[in-house]
Design a protein around this ligand. Structure first.
Ligand SMILES: O=C(O)CCC(=O)C(=O)O
Length: 247
C-alpha cells in the first residue's frame, strides 16, 4: 500500500489539503473516463462551464469499484487518527468543466449547508477526495480554487460562535463562507491520476477553464468521506478541525 509521507500529512493539517500524485493507473483513468463519458451521454452538459452529476453508489456501481480498487479509503485513513474508520461513500460527484469558460470565483464556499440535511443540521463530512481523470498540470484547466489554512480559521469562527453557526448562512458572505481572513487562493495542480484530499471546512470553489472548445474537458470524481463517528460528533469536528486527524 502507498504510504503518505510525514510532509504530506503535515501539509494536510496546516494547509487543509494535499495532492497525492500517481494514485490511479492509466487503465483506471481510461476506464473511469469511459464511465464518465457514458454518463454524460445520457445527461449531456448544456453549453460551456461547470456541469455536475451526482450518481448514487449502490454496491455494484463502477465508481464505487474504482474507489475500492484505487485504495482511496486506505490513503485517506493515513490522514486520520488510527482509531477512526471511514464509511464507504454512498454518492459520488462527477465534476466536469467544458471550455471555453474564463471564470474566476469571486470567493469560496463550504459544502452541505445550502441546503443542509433533512433534520436541519448541516451536511458536514470529514474530507473530500477528488480523483483527477484529466491533467491539472496547467492553471485554468478547471482546477479547483483553494484558500490554504482556512479550515483552521473557520474552525476558530465556529468555536467562538458554536457549531450551529454553520447553519446560519445569513451571517455569512454569500459563498456561503464566513467573513474570516481568507488569504490568497491557489489553484490545485497535478497530473491526471492524482488525488486531492481537502478538509471539509477548507474554503474552495470551482475554477474556470480557459482552453478552447477543442480542448479536453476537465473531469474529476469527488467522494465525500465521513468517519463512522462523524455524524454523531459533527459539532466537535467542526469546532476542533483537527479532531479527526492524525497528529
Ligand atoms: O468543480 C469543482 O471541482 C468543485 C465543485 C465544488 O466546489 C463543489 O461541488 O462543492
Amino acid at each position: 500500500m502507498r504510504q503518505l509521507t510525514e510532509a504530506q500529512r503535515t501539509q494536510f493539517r496546516n494547509q487543509g489539503y494535499v495532492v497525492i500524485p500517481g494514485v490511479l493507473t492509466d487503465d483506471q483513468i481510461a476506464a473511469a473516463r469511459r464511465i464518465v463519458g457514458e454518463m454524460l451521454e445520457r445527461q449531456p452538459p448544456e453549453g460551456v462551464g461547470a456541469h455536475f452529476l451526482w450518481p448514487a453508489l449502490d454496491d455494484g456501481h463502477p465508481l464505487l469499484a474504482l474507489y475500492r480498487a484505487a485504495g482511496i479509503a486506505e490513503l485517506a485513513a493515513q490522514l486520520l487518527r488510527p482509531e477512526l474508520e471511514l464509511l464507504e461513500p454512498d454518492q459520488a460527484q462527477v465534476a466536469t468543466t467544458i471550455p471555453p469558460w474564463p471564470h474566476r470565483p469571486g470567493g469560496p464556499h463550504v459544502d452541505g449547508i445550502t441546503p443542509g440535511l433533512e433534520d436541519g443540521t448541516p451536511g458536514t463530512f470529514t474530507m473530500l477526495a477528488g480523483l483527477w481523470l484529466t491533467s491539472h498540470e496547467e492553471l485554468d484547466r478547471g482546477n479547483l480554487y483553494l484558500w490554504p489554512g482556512t479550515h483552521l480559521r473557520f474552525g476558530e469562527y465556529l468555536a467562538d460562535r458554536g457549531a450551529d453557526a454553520l447553519s446560519r448562512v445569513d451571517e455569512m458572505n454569500p459563498g456561503p463562507y464566513p467573513d474570516i481572513p481568507l488569504g490568497d487562493p491557489i489553484q490545485a495542480t497535478g497530473a491526471a491520476g492524482s488525488v486531492l484530499f481537502a478538509h471539509y471546512l477548507l474554503a474552495h470553489n470551482i475554477g474556470g477553464h480557459s482552453g478552447s472548445a477543442d480542448d479536453v474537458r476537465r473531469e474529476t470524481l469527488y467522494y465525500r468521506l465521513r468517519t463512522t463517528t462523524h455524524r454523531a460528533n459533527w459539532r466537535a469536528a467542526v469546532t476542533d478541525p483537527l479532531l479527526e486527524f492524525r497528529p
